[in-house]
Design a protein around this ligand. Structure first.
Ligand code: GLN
Length: 503
């Protein structure tokens, strides 16, 4: 049965039932993405003989490009493809990338990565935008829906991040997988799960009614202007042209700097141009969205230490007093583990508070996100008080920090997805979602710079001195996060004005 948009959005209960199909497609996509991401640095060092620094830079470049491409994927979805076709096309490119890597990861490494970068750009922002469309603009249950969706993201991240590299390294299924094809199978698994993601989407998309259809589709209210097929094919063609370009740019990391210097300002100029075409009320909302996007750069810059300096800290300065677990394993997957359990609970908390008219609005949630992040970094700082003379401190205590940081993430990241869908005008949804993720690209970039500065500050130091240097660095980051949280809360009346009726 084809549901109308109203029927979908007038759902009873806590979650629209369509959220589950998007949950599973996104879960498998994140399995593929984090599975591949988790293998990159290790593979480059152990198989391609890259130096540590080079591998890390290359990893950073990949991350920056992946999230930067979401802007382009979102933009083309709004203007030409619609969310569904974009998602499908992105999924196909991701499958192609993983298959290329599965065939010969040594020879075609950067080509496979480039396909995945472009594919993720088309997939990632657009599936999130579709979640937003399951809700009426002022439905207070939307944040809970995004929190649930976020649990799916992290379930995929946790499984993919664990399984793929374990197969590659020969720690999993080594009896059945011959040694010389471990990496092929590991990358191949990313392709398989992406196929599952797309099959799931194709089978369930009927339940989405008109959500995500191509602009001008006959089933839509606004169906005067159909998009000519040649434009659609031009987008497919253009995205293929991007593949070799990305391949070259990722392989030579100095391009990443130029790319990052230009893409942000260009997207801003484009946004300002689009702002001239909307009503003044809509423009104010877009300004509010931009404030959230800009703050999120700082959030991710601090948060993303987990892939950089915190992984070195975990390797060198932590014991394994938490059930004998490996500190790097805890650092890599502890956050996702907490989120899977906490995200649905926090979502239900928002609904519970909403019913009592006590739910904090988005600005306060963002502020809380920063305060928790800051608090978490202060806990990281405090690990130094538990250190022994060899500079080794408690993993248990570190894990508490991770938990607090995760609470911060849950107040900001799913809420950010949700507010992007609420503040964007209808024809800019994909692009604004893309901008939200572009902020993550900058966050990763900033995180790399912060991490590198901390690393050079501790050069030549003993293990204990370097722990102290890191701890001091985390204290400073904690303070920045706290200040940002307070600024947001102080600015809240102003931002509220820009947001108008949106909560
Ligand atoms: N971990 C989340 C995801 O993969 C958020 C990523 C981000 O915005 N940086 O979707």
């Amino acid at each position: 049965m084809n549901l109308t948009l109203d029927q979908i959005q007038d759902f009873k209960g806590k979650y629209p039932k369509q959220i589950w199909s998007l949950f599973f497609s996104e879960m498998w996509e994140r399995f593929c993405f984090y599975g591949m991401r988790g293998m990159l640095v290790f593979f480059m060092i152990s198989q391609l003989n890259f130096g540590e620094k080079e591998a890390n830079l290359q990893y950073g470049a990949t991350q920056a490009f992946v999230y930067a491409f979401t802007f382009i994927g979102g933009l083309f979805a709004d203007k030409i493809l619609g969310f569904r076709k974009s998602l499908f096309w992105g999924g196909l490119l991701m499958i192609t990338g993983s298959l290329i890597l599965a065939t010969d990861p040594h020879q075609f490494f950067f080509l496979g990565i480039a396909f995945t970068v472009v594919g993720t750009g088309f997939f990632k922002p657009n599936i999130s935008s579709m979640v937003g469309q399951l809700y009426k603009p002022n439905d207070s249950r939307a944040d809970a829906g995004f929190s649930l969706f976020y649990a799916g993201i992290n379930l995929g991240a946790l499984l993919g991040g664990y399984v793929c590299i374990a197969i590659g390294k020969g720690q999993l299924f080594s009896q059945v997988i011959p040694e010389n094809s471990r990496w092929n199978i590991a990358f191949g698994l990313a392709a398989v799960v992406m196929v599952i993601s797309l099959i799931n989407f194709v089978i369930t998309q009927k339940s989405l009614g008109t959500i995500g259809l191509q602009p001008g589709h006959p089933f839509l209210e606004d169906n005067k202007k159909r998009i000519p097929k040649r434009k659609e094919y031009a987008v497919y063609g253009l995205s293929l042209v991007f593949v070799p370009i990305i391949q070259i740019m990722v392989a030579k990391t100095e391009f990443t700097d130029y790319f990052m210097y230009t893409i942000g300002p260009l997207t801003l100029i484009y946004l300002f141009y689009e702002m001239t075409k909307v009503t003044s009320a809509e423009r104010k909302k877009l300004w509010a969205a931009l404030v959230f996007i800009l703050f999120s750069i700082l959030f991710w810059g601090i948060y993303e230490q987990s892939g950089g300096s915190l992984s070195i800290f975990a390797a060198k300065n932590l014991n394994n007093d938490l059930l004998g677990l490996d500190p790097n394993g805890v650092n890599n997957s502890g956050g996702a583990f907490f989120i899977i359990f906490l995200a649905p609970l926090i979502g239900l908390l928002w609904i519970w508070l909403g019913k009592r008219k006590a739910e904090p609005n988005t600005i306060i949630k963002f502020g809380l996100g920063f305060l928790f992040l800051g608090l978490g970094y202060y806990v990281l700082f405090a690990t130094k008080f538990f250190a022994n003379a060899a500079g080794i401190t408690s993993l248990n205590f570190f894990t508490i920090a991770l938990l607090v940081i995760t609470l911060g993430e849950l107040c900001l990241s799913p809420i950010g997805l949700s507010i992007m869908t609420k503040l964007s005008t209808k024809n800019l949804q994909g692009m604004m979602m893309g901008m939200w993720f572009l902020a993550s690209a900058y966050g990763q970039y900033v995180a790399g710079i912060i991490g590198a500065n901390m690393a050079s500050a501790k050069e030549g130091a003993t293990n204990l001195q370097s722990l102290i240097t890191y701890a001091e660095g985390y204290k400073q980051l904690g303070m920045y996060a706290m200040v940002a949280g307070i600024i947001l809360i102080v600015l809240s009346p102003l931002i509220k004005k820009l947001m108008q009726e949106v909560k």
